[in-house]
Design a protein around this ligand. Structure first.
Ligand code: ARG
Length: 459
């Protein structure tokens, strides 16, 4: 008979058992579930709601179950629907009637809420560690490429020169925000719903502050109905994961482009590339493509949960059982993408010569040419127009700004002198941009120190 079988006269249909049960996926929460039950039983004993001996017996029984689950000795059953009822019924099988006292002053509604929160909180820690490892790989690559001048793009058109280190530090800043977003959401979810009961708490003199503390939460949640019906923490987490995947996907897209023969800015290590079954010459950036592809999956999880929650009346509804698979899938996806992406980045060869070649000759220094005139007193808008004409002239003559003869320059403005060629050198263009946050070596080094400090503070 079911744990809740008392008011029923028939067995559940097998189809319903299949449909209703979540043990197939929520078994993943066994640690949090057992820890929650241990904290609850200890508190029941301390408050005199059950006896100290009963409390002890339950706790020992639960510890035994945990050890056996860990050793692969426990088989959960679909009859018991979910992880909560599985653990409770195994406990009762093992320690007898005392086990039946565990569920005093508790409901599966607050149980699942506490398990799920604790699990998501724990996984945030893992995702943050993986992001920190990525930050370190970025710092290492940036260090090696402080002098690697490359085109910076807007509209995927060559715009102004930057360095590869500067480009990498842009991603380092995105991942830094991802880390703080995750930390921020971990802090907000750091409230323990245990003790909210089914929805209206309980008449027993439970101590929610104690269980919250025992389970590593900062404090208990403030409203029992909100406690059991809130899944904001999971939605926030999925949204932080979606943003993080969006960053990984943009980075992947760039790596895919850079690997193409059209760019040839980088080459992926053989260990992080794959071949074609028909085209012998192919070396494909499958890892980056899959990361880009899997981004859609994580967005899907976010949409799933937002949609599940969108019209639910208070408090708990069974719809909410649909909260877990999407979150688990997102966690698995993010935790698979991050290490492989980091390793791919770490082993990637940078072709500085190709980057430099792409940066030169494409009028990427046109802004600097205008700035040259402006620094000699001409209003910027006027200088802009003149340089536009010079670019037009270069295109007619098949020249670049670097190769255009001085007479051509002087024909449009007497302010042009021999020193214009120095102002047009790519290194000068990059290293003149010493503004805070700019691409000059000194500025990029400052950016790197900031990321280093950020990472170090979390080690
Ligand atoms: N398996 C359920 C879930 O994941 C646990 C809570 C069930 N509560 C209930 N009243 N049926 O949401």
């Amino acid at each position: 008979m079911k744990l809740w079988g008392g008011r029923f006269q028939k067995e559940t249909d097998a189809l319903v058992d299949d449909f209703n049960s979540s043990i197939g996926f929520d078994a993943r929460l066994y640690q949090q579930d057992i820890a929650g039950s241990i904290a609850h039983a200890a508190m029941l004993g301390r408050q005199g709601i059950i006896s100290q001996e009963e409390s002890q017996k339950i706790i020992e029984g639960l510890r035994g179950i945990l050890a056996d689950v860990e050793a692969g000795k426990v088989e959960f059953s679909q009859d018991n629907e979910d992880i909560h009822m599985n653990v409770e019924s195994i406990l009762t099988q093992r320690i007898g009637d005392t086990g039946k006292r565990l569920h005093t002053a508790r409901s599966r509604n607050d149980q699942v809420a506490v398990d799920f929160r604790a699990y998501v909180k724990q996984e945030i820690g893992s995702v943050v560690s993986l992001l920190l490892a990525l930050e370190k790989a970025l710092l290492k690559k940036a260090e090696e490429n402080l002098d690697a001048v490359m085109p910076g793009y807007t509209h995927l058109q060559r715009a102004q020169p930057v360095t590869f280190a500067h480009h990498l530090m842009a991603y380092a800043n995105m991942f830094k925000r991802d880390i703080t977003r995750l930390e921020d959401c971990a802090e907000r979810m750091d409230e323990c719903p245990l003790g909210a009961g089914a929805l209206a708490a309980t008449t027993y003199p439970i101590d929610r502050f104690r269980t919250a503390e025992a389970l590593g939460f900062a404090r208990p949640t403030d409203n029992s109905m909100d406690s059991v019906s809130d899944r904001d923490f999971a939605i926030e987490f999925l949204s932080a994961c979606s943003i993080l995947m969006m960053h990984l996907s943009r980075f992947s897209e760039e790596i895919i482009l850079w690997c193409s023969w059209e760019f040839r800015f980088v080459e992926l290590d053989d260990a992080y590339s794959t071949g074609s079954s028909i085209m012998p010459q192919k070396k494909n950036p499958d890892v980056a493509e899959l990361v880009r592809g899997k981004t859609g999956r994580v967005y899907g999880s976010l949409m799933t949960l937002l949609t599940v929650m969108k019209a639910l009346p208070l408090a708990y509804n069974k719809d909410m059982q649909e909260d877990k698979e999407c979150v688990f899938d997102a966690i698995d996806t993010v935790e698979m993408c991050l290490p492989v992406f980091t390793a791919m980045l770490d082993t990637m060869t940078v072709k500085k010569e190709n980057m430099a070649r792409a940066a030169s000759g494409g009028f990427i220094n046109a802004t600097d040419c205008a700035d040259y005139l402006t620094k000699k007193g001409m209003p910027f808008r006027q200088a802009y127009t003149i340089v536009g004409q010079l670019v037009q002239r270069c295109i007619q003559l098949g020249q670049t700004l670097e190769s255009l003869p001085l007479e051509e320059y002087q024909a449009v403005s007497p302010l042009f002198q021999q020193d214009v060629y120095r102002a047009l050198e790519l290194n000068a263009c990059v290293n003149g941009r010493t503004v805070y946050g700019g691409p000059a070596r000194s500025s990029v080094e400052k950016q790197m120190r900031l990321i280093e400090d950020f990472v170090e503070a979390r080690q």
